[in-house]
Design a protein around this ligand. Structure first.
Ligand SMILES: Nc1ncnc2c1ncn2[C@@H]1O[C@H](COP(=O)(O)OP(=O)(O)OP(=O)(O)O)[C@@H](O)[C@H]1O
Ligand SMILES: C[C@H](O)[C@H](O)[C@@H](O)C(=O)CO
Ligand SMILES: [Mg+2]
Length: 471
């Protein structure tokens, strides 16, 4: 029986501490602590309450102790692109402004005046999302040049939580690539790009690969908890950890399904060709310097907001059941910018249907059905683009993450594509986080052994298509 290790997986909608250990040839997983995450308003911006998130991490570690779990190590992963800046005395200079904040509106276009979109893609291979770190920093440089001038340390959200745990500052590779400031070939900060944009390179630290052992807890924290442990860098970008846990990648497209739907394949080299640029695919960094060739699709954020619009009176499972009963066929372009952060998602969906001369959804079931049908249309388009770029067919789609519990969505995808849709594991991100720790500790030899272990440890569910394509 191996010793427990803790994966802290914090998503845009929820966070969890999962304890895992090797037991009888399998990876045993148990949930220790779960908490909600949400945007807060700070200084006129949408932000993350990183102090509250750190308090939840500590609460989760206390829960380990109360369960008699003395973990050997911990690894933290979160969403991408967002960051904080520290000053001369390691004081916080900024709030953790969230990527859905409108401060980056128009910034991408201004950056293209300095470096062309094509050149930026050729060097970084990263998709163009208006909220990428590069545009957040450019916005900050314009609005608060004084803050940027005083900044001594750039830490992404997991990096900052690691700093609070250990006092150590380190930028982790997979998440660093999401900034669109890392060169896809050198795998280092693109100093030429930073200089062109007038972003101080000095605040960026050495980039550390997943499986790096960062160090132990700060003494006062170990004393508070009554135990110490090793802090290990997993793939701190949550999708980076999730992709590690895709049980079967052979001829398979994955969809990491949560707040976002991240659809793609694992690759051994960056694909920065024009077609990939035109389709807005990304080459985010993966474990062992593999690449996550994928694209963001708006994802279940939309149903999260729909649920919130109905005062959260329906569970996600109930919304799925209502959608199953709804006879409704209007489709929206889920990737339309209006759905990134609308004041009211249901209204935004209705307005889109009105503008496109389609019937408006009125009941929760009709709205949910519209969201799920529309997501499938976007998934199907992305699958076609991937197969065009790779010049091959992928017979299987593996949906991982919380969204794989949406059996209607899985079936709709199987029906529309005629492909085998494999659902699971639900907690792929935490599992990927844990196996990186096990690899760092030498308990697992490498990625191939990790994926075999995951295949043997977690059941999946398969959906096959019953009718033709939707489009
Ligand atoms: N029982 C369920 N039935 C259907 N869908 C579900 C169910 N439980 C969760 N979901 C879906 O899973 C989504 C959350 O997925 P997940 O827990 O992976 O997200 P997260 O990790 O909190 O956020 P992020 O995507 O930012 O990592 C919810 O938005 C919901 O749509
Ligand atoms: C903002 C990013 O696109 C987002 O974090 C995505 O990369 C992701 O991983 C969501 O879980
Ligand atoms: Mg998640």
């Amino acid at each position: 029986m191996g010793k427990y290790r803790i994966a802290v997986d914090i998503g845009a909608s929820s966070g969890r501490l999962m304890a895992g250990r090797l037991a009888n040839g399998k990876l045993e997983l148990r949930e220790v602590y779960r908490f909600e995450n949400q945007l807060v308003q700070r200084g006129g911006h949408f932000c993350w309450d990183v102090a509250a998130l750190f308090a939840e991490v500590k609460q989760g570690l206390h829960a380990c102790r109360d369960l008699g779990i003395q973990p050997e190590s911990i690894g933290i992963d979160t969403w991408a692109v967002d960051f904080v800046l520290l000053g001369e005395n390691d004081e916080l200079l900024t709030e953790a402004v969230a990527y859905r904040d409108p401060r980056t509106d128009g910034m991408m276009e201004e950056v293209f005046e300095i470096i062309s979109k094509e050149r930026l893609y050729l060097e970084t291979g990263i998709q163009f999302q208006k909220f990428n770190t590069i545009y957040q920093l450019y916005a900050l440089k314009k609005s608060h040049p004084d803050i940027l001038a005083r900044a001594k340390t750039f830490l992404m959200i997991p990096d900052y939580l690691n700093y609070l745990l250990t006092g150590k500052k380190a930028n982790e590779y997979t998440n660093a690539t999401s900034t669109q400031l890392v060169n896809a070939f050198t795998k280092k900060w693109d100093l030429d790009l930073l200089e062109k944009l007038g972003i101080p390179a000095e605040m960026f630290g050495e980039i550390h690969a997943p499986k790096t052992v960062l160090g132990s807890l700060k003494q006062e924290l170990a004393e508070e908890l009554g135990f110490d442990l090793q802090v290990i860098l997993p793939a701190t970008h949550d999708t980076g950890s999730a992709v590690i846990a895709v049980p079967e990648l052979q001829d398979t497209i994955y969809i990491s399904s949560g707040t976002w739907s991240l659809i793609g394949v694992e690759n051994h080299f960056p694909i920065c060709v024009t077609k990939a640029l035109d389709y807005n695919f990304t080459n985010e960094g993966g474990l062992d310097y593999r690449y996550r060739f994928l694209k963001n699709i708006m994802g279940l954020w939309m149903i999260q907001e729909v649920r919130r619009n109905y005062d959260s009176v329906y569970s996600f499972a109930q919304l799925v059941e209502l959608a199953k009963q709804a006879e409704f066929d209007s489709i929206v372009n889920v990737d339309d910018a209006r759905f990134l952060k609308p004041d009211h998602m249901v209204t935004a969906i209705q307005q889109y249907c009105q503008e496109t001369n389609q019937p408006l959804p009125h009941t929760p079931g009709e709205v949910a059905k519209c969201v799920f049908d529309s997501l499938v249309v976007s998934y199907q388009k992305a699958i076609g683009e991937i197969e065009e770029i790779f010049e091959q067919k992928f017979p299987k789609v593996n949906v991982i993450g919380g969204g794989c519990q949406n059996e209607l969505l899985n079936q709709l995808l199987a029906d529309a594509t005629g492909k085998e849709v494999v659902a699971g594991p639900v907690e792929a991100t935490a599992i990927g986080n844990l196996v990186a720790q096990l690899m760092a500790a030498g308990e697992i030899a490498g990625l191939e052994e990790a994926r075999t272990l995951i295949q043997h440890s977690f059941a999946v569910k398969t959906f096959t298509g019953t009718r033709g394509s939707r489009v």
